[in-house]
Write a protein that binds this ligand. Sequence first.
Ligand SMILES: Cc1cc2nc3c(=O)[nH]c(=O)nc-3n(C[C@H](O)[C@H](O)[C@H](O)COP(=O)(O)OP(=O)(O)OC[C@H]3O[C@@H](n4cnc5c(N)ncnc54)[C@H](O)[C@@H]3O)c2cc1C
Length: 523
Amino acid sequence: MEHGWGATLLCAGREEIRSYESVEVRFILDNSKIPEGLRRLADQPRVTVRRGGAPLEGGRCVVYWMQRAMRIVDNPALDVAIEAGNLLGLPVVVFFSVIPNYPHANLRHYHFMAQGLRDVAEDAAERGVGFVLRRPPDNSVEAFLAEVQAALLIGDENAAREPEHWRKVLARRLRLPYWTVDADVVVPSAVFNRSFVLLHHLRPRLKAQLPKYLVPPEKISPLILWKPWRILQSFSLTEDMTAGFKKLDRTAGPVDSFTGGTHAALKRLREFVNLELASYEETRNHPEVRGTSRLSPYLHFGNIGPLTIALAVEETVKQGKASASARDRFLDQLIGWRELAVLFVRHEPNYDNWECAAPWARKTLVEHAGDPRPHRYSLKQLEQAETADELWNAAQREMVQTGWMHNYMRMYWAKKILEWAPDPAKAFDWAVELNDRYELDGRDPNGYAGIAWAIVGRHDRPWFNRPVFGLVRTMSGASTAKKFDAARYIRQNSAEERNRSSEAERQRESRLASTTSMQLFRS
Ligand SMILES: Cc1cc2nc3c(=O)[nH]c(=O)nc-3n(C[C@H](O)[C@H](O)[C@H](O)COP(=O)(O)OP(=O)(O)OC[C@H]3O[C@@H](n4cnc5c(N)ncnc54)[C@H](O)[C@@H]3O)c2cc1C
């Protein structure tokens, strides 16, 4: 019998984490200078030891180099840093380096990130860890490690190629141990260490791991509170962190529809589980209503962890406020599809281009490459929502003006790009370009996997052979529009309506209480 996600959850309990086979870890295990507890800490599937060895003698702190997981609560990377600090009798300082050329990031993304970092600064002080934010030219990690006399460096993980490259380069240059922690998935990717063709193959394996990983994290507090022994310069978040970034694309501007940060994420989570989870199954495919969590921007920036969300959902079901089947449907997205996407990006070098096509899709797309297309549009026409398809234009406007698009519309949106672009490779590139540019949650494994699903059949099965699409699943405007109130969605995303609702959103967000993450997290 197929178990729901919850069936496994209910029997969840703690178990010893199995040993992680890694040359680097063995190196650490051989090192008698490392305290026993620290060895156990490194020996978890969530931890990758990128540079082994004993913490530097005489080191004065543990540094957590925060990159992906921009939060202080429910952050396994920070927890590992604090645990290590406690074992070494050292305080922890979080270091964040803002770089001017983060791949594909624009002003919209930096603005959302800056909002989130304000919560990080506030919550770090409450948790007793330091927080230092640096901009160029003073943002070198290595210089900071020397400045604070770090004993050990902890980082987090990101499956995308550039950050992974930076970590590898840094690991070679460092003179102190460097571990990274897979903080933004429920089940650490190292448990599987491969990608999967279909969710159907991964799902049972994920579920089998949940008793071990879908459990409330231990509350870990620093034994030694951070008190800088010298003045450490830190950039003030009251100033514009992008000032002077000459090459930054400022044409995709900030949006009012989402406020970045853990505080807003936790508030939205609470709203979702209390008001919308119960009807998730019925409303999730209705882009014209607020039927999904809209937590994807927060997940992308690591303002909230998937574990916090999954546990809140489980708790809501226990309180009888939503059904087990609503929970199962939601966790299938949050854990199933999301972690399938992370494994895809981690193990598929061509995750963001047409070369990642499923073999059957590639073959039949090529066979149909010369088929006449009903319409041809340029990238500029698409960007400006100037097609003959009002439903598609509405989706494009939703994305450009709010920084987010409903999942059902994302599928339709990408399928149409395949139909209208000169060839499938261009269609893939254009979809990535628009998605990464305008979505707040863009530049994410979910985006690359979503586009690969829609355009080149990844994580899908062959359908019927059709013009242009070959065996790739199609979505027609007529049938899509029948599944929900498309006229209403189009009205909501007309240029005039968007202006009106952006004012309402602004007021709604400004009502966000000044409650801290700790209070929201505990409540
Ligand atoms: C062409 C295309 C492009 C996409 N681009 C992105 C993107 O850039 N960034 C992004 O985060 N998601 C992307 N998705 C996946 C999905 O559309 C969004 O995650 C979802 O719409 C976010 O809304 P939500 O938070 O309300 O989702 P909910 O329904 O509330 O789901 C909760 C969480 O589960 C995860 N999730 C939901 N659906 C999917 C899915 N199909 N695949 C993977 N994870 C999922 C997300 O993290 C989401 O926040 C894309 C999908 C497609 C088909």
